[in-house]
Design a protein around this ligand. Structure first.
Ligand code: ADP
Length: 351
């Protein structure tokens, strides 16, 4: 992009005027002293002096500034130096100043973005190693104890191997979550939208999690009968992930013998809202604003048995926002939590 530089004569004009005044005064004094004052000569002399000094100054200044300005442009790579060809020779510093200011501003924004990214990277790496350390040390602990002789006792051997396996399972799902969140955050999320029945999808997630829920005597259920399908337009697989994460959380943080209820309600003409409500431990108010952050956990100690990678809810938020939809949370400690999200409703199934 070639910028338009204005040509200015002001500097040369003023300087030539001053030189002319000085020379003309000198010549007047000189001729006066010699008693040969000739006004016609003085005027002619002044005129010629003015023309000569103006020409020299203008050419010199243009050349000088052109060379300097071109060097600045080359140095800061503001423009392709070729686009700054010798044609618009300039004495206009205003345009250059504006360009430099803009350049500095752009660079500042660039540096700030890089700093934020670097901070994010450090933060992310720190969190990842922290998350992986705990299960790795657990597995290592059991294996070392087995090697130290515990493996000779059949009962202990089995128990420790099972626990080591649990640790490995935990490692696997942390890595899976990390893989998913990296894809979501780095690559942008590509949605494969289709029309599908949300009621059927929720039922299939209920079936998949039935075992897990029954271990804690938790009932997964709809709030009422949904005899008719409710079609939505979204990425089926990703929404399955959202429902799974929310239901898994309701089991993990639900009280034994509790209930998780799912409802699908019409919101406005073309929207439905899916609510996942549990009567579990709930979330203290001060934690709610940060709940969807990566690696954020209410119980930071990591001492409790339940708890995953701390990525579940941030994955949910990413997916819902990629659909241009909203996610909400309401919760009260010792009463329960309700996570809800909106989806676009469609009239019929296109399949
Ligand atoms: P995690 O892997 O720790 O479950 P999440 O991102 O899924 O990570 O959840 C973040 C935190 O939010 C959890 O550590 C938990 O404290 C809290 N939380 C999420 N869902 C519920 C729920 N249904 N009831 C109570 N607390 C919840």
């Amino acid at each position: 992009m070639a910028i338009q530089l204005r040509k200015s004569y002001k500097f040369a004009l003023r300087s030539s005027f001053l030189i002319t005044v000085f020379l003309a005064t000198s010549i007047i004094v000189f001729l006066f002293l010699k008693d040969e004052l000739d006004w016609l000569f003085v005027v002619l002399f002044a005129f010629i002096s003015f023309i000569i000094s103006f020409t020299i100054l203008q050419i010199r200044v243009e050349r000088f500034i052109y060379r300097r300005v071109k060097k600045i442009y080359d140095d800061v790579s503001l423009l392709e130096s070729s686009s700054f060809s010798s044609k618009p020779v300039t004495t206009d510093m205003k345009t250059l100043t504006q360009e430099i200011e803009k350049f500095a501003e752009d660079k500042k924004i660039e540096i700030d973005t890089l700093k934020i990214r670097e901070e994010y990277r450090k933060d992310f790496l720190g969190n990842v190693s922290h998350e992986l350390k705990t299960p790795l040390f657990t597995v290592q602990g059991y294996i070392l104890t087995l090697l130290d002789g515990a493996m000779n006792d059949k009962k202990i051997r089995e128990k420790y191997l099972e626990r080591a396996n649990k640790g490995v399972e935990r490692l696997i799902y942390i890595v899976k979550d990390l893989d998913l969140i990296t894809k979501l955050e780095v690559g942008g999320l590509k949605l494969e939208e289709e029309n599908f029945d949300i009621v059927e999808l929720i039922q299939s997630v209920f079936d998949l999690l039935e075992m897990k829920a029954s271990q804690k005597n938790i009932t997964l259920t709809f709030d009422m009968d949904y005899p008719e399908p409710i079609y939505v337009n979204a990425d089926r697989e990703k929404i399955q992930q959202v429902i799974t994460n929310l239901l898994v959380n309701s089991i993990k943080y639900g009280h034994p013998k509790g209930t998780t209820e799912v409802s699908v309600e019409n919101l406005i003409k073309n929207k439905v809202i899916v609510r996942v409500t549990d009567n579990g431990e709930g979330i203290p108010k001060q934690h709610i604003p940060r709940l969807f952050e990566r690696f954020y956990r209410v119980d930071q100690s990591g001492s409790r048995t339940e708890g995953g990678s701390g990525l579940g809810l941030s994955i949910v938020k990413h997916i819902i926002e990629a659909h241009d939809e909203k996610i909400y949370v309401e919760s009260e400690e010792d009463v329960g939590s309700e996570f809800s999200f909106t989806l676009e409703k469609t009239e019929n199934n296109s399949e």
